[in-house]
Design a protein around this ligand. Structure first.
Ligand code: ATP
Ligand code: MG
Length: 354
């Protein structure tokens, strides 16, 4: 793939001694895309970002920017700006001096530096804080200062490694929305590492899901959410996670607690795991008998923990005050909301698209 701001990884392996941190990953990032690397701790996300930045080199495989092989290029020779989880601001310098730093290094004229710093600070809304030191800023302001320092470099590629993880919940939501707008306005290809699926789902145009040094699925957040291609991805994406329930097959029909589900099992499959998102569990008078173990009140909605013969499930409900612990009711699922997985391989099984 070519075009300004495209990235390609081709069979990239990274070993640390005997340990294989990346087992041969392939992906393409399109110009201008907001691309998230999502996965549990230790799955290889930061390793991938460091390889992109040139801070680390692959053991095998190749990396291309805009169609050019950059595998052996050092960090300073790549057109990238990186923001780390810890903002790495210089504590003795003011905000303005911190933002100006890459431009001073590049020996730009003073007047030009002043103008660029002012513009970048305005974009991330810290133009009123230019004379402060990092120690006099909130976490969110420090984070925006680090972003401004990345912006002035006008790099072709933005690499962000968990940039919001030091912020409290409210500030994280606000900064997340600002970051999305900023990236849209700048139009610069952005690679964003997170283990927070909600961040990836809300920010990314597309995302790669990492597990144990491999990319297990790539797609838009909507695609990955709607059609997780394995049990692992199904269990990882969505909050609360998808209910995964071992089914019995009777005459080719998966059953839970003896109740047939409105889907057919692909021929020749052994064990089947049925997946249903909590938001798709319908509680009422018909379907599988179950008991309410716990009612969680989330304020504007709620979650029910349900037990049925042979398993447990969670249901998202509108009004938690309508339910009580110990209550007996029934649950059912529409066929379009049912995901089927092979119990042995964990792979998604072909069925009507949900
Ligand atoms: N220098 C190193 N030597 C040995 N192992 C390493 C080294 N750097 C990373 N690893 C291992 O490689 C694996 C991937 O690490 P990486 O930092 O990419 O994970 P991550 O997905 O970013 O996780 P987190 O969400 O916790 O930041 C981990 O198991 C880690 O322990
Ligand atoms: Mg990491």
């Amino acid at each position: 793939m070519s075009g300004k701001g495209s990235v390609r990884f081709q069979r990239v392996v990274r070993k640390h001694g005997d340990f294989i941190a990346l087992k041969g990953i392939d992906f393409d990032i399109r110009p201008g895309e907001f691309f998230a690397l999502l996965g549990p701790s230790g799955s290889g996300k930061s390793t991938t970002l460091r390889l992109m930045a040139g801070l680390d080199k692959p053991t095998e495989g190749q990396i291309f920017f805009d169609g050019h092989d950059v595998t052996s290029l050092d960090a300073q020779d790549r057109d990238v700006a990186m923001v780390f989880q810890s903002y790495a601001l210089y504590p003795h310098m003011t905000v303005a001096q911190n933002i100006a730093f890459p431009l001073e290094m590049a020996k730009l004229p003073k007047a030009r530096i002043g103008a660029e710093v002012a513009e970048a600070a305005r974009k991330v809304r810290i133009d009123h804080l230019l004379d402060r030191k990092p120690g006099q800023l909130s976490g969110g302001q420090q984070q925006r200062c680090a972003l401004a320092r990345a912006i002035v470099r006008k790099a072709g590629l933005f690499l962000l490694d968990e940039p919001l993880s030091n912020l409290d919940a409210k500030l994280r939501l606000e900064t997340r929305a600002e970051l999305k707008k900023l990236q849209r306005n700048l139009g610069v290809t952005t690679v964003y590492v997170t283990h927070d699926q909600e961040e990836a789902l809300t920010l990314a145009d597309r995302m790669a899901v990492f597990m144990e040094g491999e990319i297990v699925q790539i797609g838009s957040p909507a695609e990955v959410f709607a059609r997780p291609n394995s049990l692992d991805v199904a269990a990882f994406i969505g909050s609360p996670p998808m209910n995964l329930m071992q089914a019995e097959i009777r005459d080719g029909v998966p059953c839970l607690a003896g109740h047939p589900l409105p889907v057919t099992a692909p021929v020749g499959t052994g064990g089947i795991v049925v997946g249903v998102r909590p938001s798709a569990v319908v509680v009422g008078d018909s379907g599988i008998p179950c008991t309410v173990d716990l009612v969680e009140n989330l304020g504007d909605s709620g979650i029910l923990d349900l037990t049925f013969d042979g398993g447990t499930a969670r249901a998202r409900i509108g009004d938690p005050t309508l339910f009580a612990e110990g209550q007996r009711l029934h649950m059912s699922f529409a066929s379009r909301d049912i995901h089927l997985f092979d119990a042995v391989s964990g792979r998604r099984l072909g069925q009507d698209a949900p």
